[in-house]
Design a protein around this ligand. Structure first.
Ligand code: NCD
Length: 336
């Protein structure tokens, strides 16, 4: 049985971090219209076709200085932003906080203002504090792209998840239902996915230990199921989430073994979904905890297609931000 919490899909955190779409920035999926989302997905699908052909790099972002600023660990997001920016002809600089004057007490804002003074255009930022990109977008003249802010949003991950689901569902979102499982409370991936999916008419059922569901879960416009089985039965897709132990207070989980047996995505549970319903996970995966290895490597897994889609989505996002920035500054962009 699924318990429906019937609150309307109101934006959570409204007034706190919501920045309306989007101008030169991409701060979150909350508040983006269905047509903006679909435009980005259509462009990303086009970029993916181009990337698959291994053509020489293009010059859509010629003249654009991109700074990659990851003040939190990253593998997929950082490398795919770098690849996307370089394949489209941007100049890319990677900022490493660990070897910078931030160690001498310089603030993040003062540090990033240096990049602005060096004629930087786009800052791609990941930070452990929710709201950092929104703060920077208010105070700086550069375009800001959120690559994951604390427990808040991870918009390009949300877009690549939408693209992956669009492929599995033949481009039809309305009337579908997805189960999102596990550590919803600490997951910026879940929040961006929920904002994007509900905007496109997808029903979302979440399930996880009560300690790992956010207090305001009913305001996210999702259903809450009491068990994994309830959430997955008849679903059109499932998304597993990594246990974000770095963001947890102690005592939120009984034990990893108990978590795996009660909430893990196993082959038996996957069989409860509709035939061919895909399994998504943003990575990195804790194998054997939130996802059984045979599911991670199995025929329904879309983990690697998600990674491929990440590069295409980031191409589409960077182009959009650059175009908006050029329009704002009265600069002509060739081929835009
Ligand atoms: C996620 C993140 O960092 O938010 N990873 C990613 O970007 N693919 C999820 C995670 O770390 O669990």
């Amino acid at each position: 049985m699924t318990v429906s919490l019937t609150a309307p899909p109101a934006p959570v955190g409204a007034g706190l971090f919501v920045a309306r779409p989007t101008g030169q920035h991409l701060l979150g999926l909350e508040g983006l219209s269905a047509s903006t989302l679909l435009e980005l997905l259509t462009d990303a699908a086009r970029e993916r076709e181009w990337l698959r052909r291994s053509q020489p790099s293009r010059d859509d972002l010629a003249g654009c200085n991109v700074l990659l600023t990851f003040i939190e660990d990253s593998t997929r997001t950082r490398t795919s932003f770098e690849l996307a920016a370089k394949r489209l002809g941007a100049s890319v600089t990677t900022f490493s906080a660990g070897h910078s004057s931030m160690n001498k007490g310089e603030s993040l804002l003062d540090t990033l203002r240096l990049f602005e003074a060096m004629h930087g255009d786009v800052i791609v930022i990941r930070h452990a504090a929710s709201g950092t990109p929104h703060y920077l977008a208010r105070l700086m003249g550069t375009a800001i792209v959120n690559a994951g802010d604390g427990m808040h949003e991870h918009p390009t991950q949300g877009l690549l998840d939408l693209l992956t689901l669009s492929d599995a569902w033949g481009g039809e979102f309305a009337g579908r239902r997805i189960a999102i499982l596990g550590d919803i409370a600490h997951s910026r991936v879940a929040r961006s996915a929920i904002f994007g999916l509900t905007t496109l008419g997808v029903r979302v059922t979440v399930a996880g230990p009560a300690t790992l569901l956010p207090n305001e879960v009913e305001q996210l416009g999702v259903d809450v199921a009491p068990t994994v089985e309830d959430a997955m039965r008849g679903a059109d897709a499932v998304m597993g989430l990594r246990l974000q132990r770095e963001r947890m207070e102690r005592g939120l989980l009984p034990s990893l073994n108990e978590y795996a047996s009660e909430w893990g995505i196993t082959e038996k549970r996957v069989a409860l979904m509709k035939p061919d319903a895909p399994v998504l996970h943003p990575g990195p995966v804790n194998r054997g905890i939130e996802l059984a290895p045979e599911v991670a490597d199995g025929p329904r897994s879309r983990i690697l297609p998600q990674v491929e889609n990440g590069v295409a989505v980031r191409c589409a996002v960077l182009k959009r931000c650059w175009r908006a920035r050029c329009a704002r500054n009265g600069r002509v962009v060739e081929g835009a």
